[in-house]
Write a protein that binds this ligand. Structure first.
Ligand SMILES: Cc1cc2nc3c(=O)[nH]c(=O)nc-3n(C[C@H](O)[C@H](O)[C@H](O)COP(=O)(O)OP(=O)(O)OC[C@H]3O[C@@H](n4cnc5c(N)ncnc54)[C@H](O)[C@@H]3O)c2cc1C
Length: 396
């Protein structure tokens, strides 16, 4: 998808203001803004700016995570019984907007809180909910997600990491890759093949695995941004108890779909990060006194328009959900596609606009990380397939 949208910056401006007013007008959003104004510090903002956790920022972000949790702001979407506030989608968005406005980092367990926890809540036993949810929300225990393998990414059902169930529990052998937070993780939501004789989707199970178990080797992967944001995980005769099973034996496919489809506001919030980076770039360019040619102005206006479109798409979905309807199946994919292409264009403009200043500064990190946005959470082609089939009704 191109970022070239036929929307004038003036129209975009108006809509942006209207949407912001509506989102921030929820009581919960206003309460969070007040709390943040009193609690956030420059050190916390700086630690969050790096994007990915590093050994230097981990403890600052963990302390902040606990502070958020103590005040009930770590996951407003979660049910109150697990430490959330039962917030509906408009309140979730208002809170995300308030966080983005003050550059407040969210909980360190990004995947855990947004994806793994909802699956635990949906299909977990009561002892699993009790054991795992609170430490996950506080950031006391870090979680990673083990889905992808060297030969199983988009086609997750072809995964081959094996777990054999015997008298003493499961024995796991195999390899996972691209595990975000893998090198920090205490626990892994791991997808394994438990019955190779069943059809592909039916022989998979989900296990909650203690990453400190003997036989697990974690190898951090360094990307071209210079960071180690994810790891490879190797499992050699790893013994885990039968109680590690999340959901039914051989019912892991359903758990995976629950995990991936959860949190409607997850995709909806993508524009917030982009809007913050856009403002940052414009500020930096102004401060540096960079001459902005008509060509660059045009590119910036297109990015601005694309971000506005993402906000409108979010608002439209909210209206539908608010009126009791179902969100469009293709909307998440469309928003993700637009987010990826806009992230890449913005990083590219940042680098070319700031010249050597961009190379030395944070824009080099954004630039190097940007291609990954076309892959993470479903590749561009897979999302286009979803839009084609579920949005346009085209044949497979
Ligand atoms: C930043 C980042 C974080 C990640 N974090 C995690 C994580 O925490 N846990 C985890 O398990 N994984 C994670 N991943 C992995 C990610 O989920 C996979 O990379 C992704 O699913 C694609 O799989 P693959 O890399 O094996 O590519 P493949 O699936 O092998 O795809 C290769 C190419 O073929 C195309 N293709 C594949 N199938 C089709 C099709 N049916 N139609 C058209 N084109 C197709 C793809 O679009 C792609 O261009 C992460 C990836 C990134 C970039």
């Amino acid at each position: 998808m191109e970022t070239d949208q036929s929307v004038s910056p003036e129209t975009a401006d108006l809509a942006l203001e209207e949407t912001a007013e509506r989102e921030l007008s929820t009581g919960l959003g206003r309460a969070l803004r007040t709390w943040l104004a009193e609690n956030i510090t420059p050190e916390i903002v700086e630690a969050g700016r790096a994007g990915a956790i590093t050994p230097d920022t981990l403890e600052t972000l963990r302390r902040w995570n606990r502070q958020l949790d103590d005040a009930g702001w770590a996951a407003v979407a979660w049910p109150a019984e697990f430490g959330g506030r039962d917030a509906g989608v408009p309140d979730q968005l208002a809170c995300l907007e308030a966080m983005a406005e003050q550059e407040a980092p969210g909980p360190i367990n990004v995947i855990g809180v947004a994806n793994i926890a909802p699956a635990v809540m949906a299909v977990g036993r009561s002892d699993q909910k009790e054991r795992f949810l609170r430490p996950m929300l506080r950031g006391d225990e870090i979680w990673c997600q083990g889905m992808s393998e060297p030969d199983a990414g988009s086609d997750l059902a072809s995964l081959s990491t094996r777990a054999e169930l015997g008298d003493g529990g499961f024995v796991i052998n195999g390899q996972k890759t691209w595990n975000s937070l893998g090198q920090y993780a205490d626990w892994c939501q791991l997808y394994v093949r438990t019955d190779p004789d069943l059809p592909r989707h039916k022989g998979i199970s989900c296990l909650l695995v203690d990453m400190h178990t003997p036989g697990i080797e974690v190898r951090p992967l360094r990307t071209m941004s210079g960071d180690s944001v994810f790891s490879e995980l190797f499992f050699t005769d790893v013994h885990v108890p039968e109680a590690a099973l999340l959901g039914p034996l051989n019912g892991g496919w359903r758990v995976a779909m629950t995990t991936l489809s959860f949190e409607r506001a997850g995709v909806a919030r993508l524009h917030l990060g982009l809007a913050a980076r856009f403002d940052e770039l414009v500020d930096q360019a102004k401060t540096a006194g960079v001459a902005c040619s008509p060509v660059v102005r045009d590119r910036l206006a297109r990015v601005y328009s694309a971000i506005s479109c993402m906000r409108w798409m979010t608002s439209r979905e909210l209206e539908v959900v608010g009126a009791g309807g179902q969100p469009s199946p293709a909307m998440g994919s469309l928003t993700k596609l637009l987010w990826a292409s806009t992230s890449q264009t913005l990083a590219d403009i940042g680098m070319s606009l700031l010249g050597s200043g961009g190379l030395a500064g944070p824009w080099s990190g954004s630039f190097a990380a940007a291609p990954g946005t076309s892959i993470a959470g479903g590749t561009r082609e897979i999302n286009r397939n979803i839009v084609a089939e579920h949005g346009l009704g085209l044949p497979r």
